[in-house]
Design a protein around this ligand. Structure first.
Ligand code: CA
Ligand code: CA
Ligand code: CA
Length: 363
């Protein structure tokens, strides 16, 4: 149900590489700056340990961060247009299977102006990740989400932010993990684009069997240096309307040198179709606009919870960046929505459209 050992080692090797001497200079500086700001992290090397090291300090700032994020979104008036018709899955049994104890765990990073930083949130003991999302706080429109990364063993989510252009703003990166008692057949699947200097790439990940459904998504940009941003994490459905795969897409928001290669990874978290009922994807479009920012929310139908999130920016020309993907819910209640928020990095005359996708199952 989990990737073969060889695959995991390959991933560990890839990810290890990105935190050692092979990273670009600006990333090394960012790491150095972050360590100065967070001295207790000096000797900590793994993602999991970093998350634990930041736990206590970060929790103290949880409520103010959420409040300021909500306030920021409210100011620009979220547009909610129910733009899609829910498609109900084929399965319908007398006794409906359901996920249990679904919650949204949250972890903010320290607030500072380090060029890049990451934060990891873990699921409660005994639970596993079914969806990955997060947001940038107070990024002044200059910080991109570099990864929404569910780890291969599905016990934590790491979210990274990188400054697209230098900013003196003090910003945070914030991780959301949607967690649940592990459903049967839970699996982590990865799709990888080629590594090249091409400035627009996609990667598709899917469930390993038609008898599985996709619950959640994730993505990771490797080597983008903050100059690459994701413009789509699109859940796809099978002939019966059940989510079974995801395509992530990313593009350069400013041109990288023609010698700089980067790649995109996408993640599909799936479980046996017998573990859930009524899996579907709902979508809502914001009003097409040339405004500098936009947000949109889609809620799952009544009687459903949201297990995963997605979004899409159409016609953004690579200049429109995701800064938030919020699933709703709380540490004691299940997510129920997908709320992406996006902004123009340097401005574009394009009329672009933000849409929100929520992966839902019956509760
Ligand atoms: Ca800075
Ligand atoms: Ca830039
Ligand atoms: Ca740009």
């Amino acid at each position: 149900m989990y990737p073969a050992v060889g695959e995991r080692e390959a991933l560990a090797s890839r990810r290890g590489k990105s935190s050692t001497g092979t990273v670009p200079d600006n990333n090394k500086e960012a790491t150095h700056g972050q360590r100065q700001a967070i001295p207790e992290m000096h000797s900590v090397t793994t993602r999991e340990h970093r998350g634990e090291a930041m736990n206590s300090r970060a929790r103290r700032t949880h409520k103010p961060l959420v409040a300021s994020f909500v306030a920021a979104v409210t100011v620009v008036s979220l547009t909610t247009l129910p733009g899609a018709t829910p498609r109900i899955g084929a399965a319908s049994a007398a006794t409906l299977p359901t996920l249990s104890t679904v919650s949204r765990q949250f972890q903010p990073s320290a607030s500072n102006s380090a060029t890049a930083k990451s934060v990891t949130v873990s699921c409660p003991s005994g639970q596993q990740v079914i969806g990955a999302s997060g947001f940038i706080g107070s990024g002044a429109g200059k910080v991109v989400i570099d990864e929404l990364y569910p780890n291969p063993s599905l016990d934590s989510v790491t979210v990274s932010g990188k400054e697209a252009d230098p900013t003196t703003a003090s910003w945070t990166v914030n991780a959301y993990a949607t967690c649940a008692d592990p459903p049967s057949g839970l699996e982590w699947n990865e799709g990888v684009s080629g590594s090249s200097a091409a400035n627009d790439k996609s990667a598709t990940a899917g469930c390993t069997s038609t008898t599985k459904v996709m619950l959640g998504t994730g993505m990771d940009i490797v080597g983008g240096q903050g100059e690459v941003s994701t413009y789509s994490i699109k859940p796809l459905v099978d002939g019966a309307g059940r989510p079974d795969s995801v395509t992530a897409s990313a593009a350069e928001n400013d041109p990288l040198p023609s010698t700089t290669n980067w790649e995109l990874h996408s993640f599909a978290i799936c479980a046996d179709e017998t573990a859930v009922d009524g899996a579907l994807v709902v979508t809502a479009d914001a009003t097409p606009s040339t405004l500098g920012t936009a947000g949109v929310t889609v809620h799952c139908p009544a009687g459903h919870i949201a297990t995963g999130t997605g979004f899409d920016i159409a016609n953004g020309a690579g200049e429109v960046n995701l800064s938030a993907l919020d699933p709703g819910g709380s540490t004691s209640s299940a997510p129920d929505r997908s709320s992406p928020y996006a902004y123009e990095e340097d401005g574009t005359a394009n009329v672009w459209t933000l849409s929100a996708d929520a992966i839902c199952v019956q509760s």
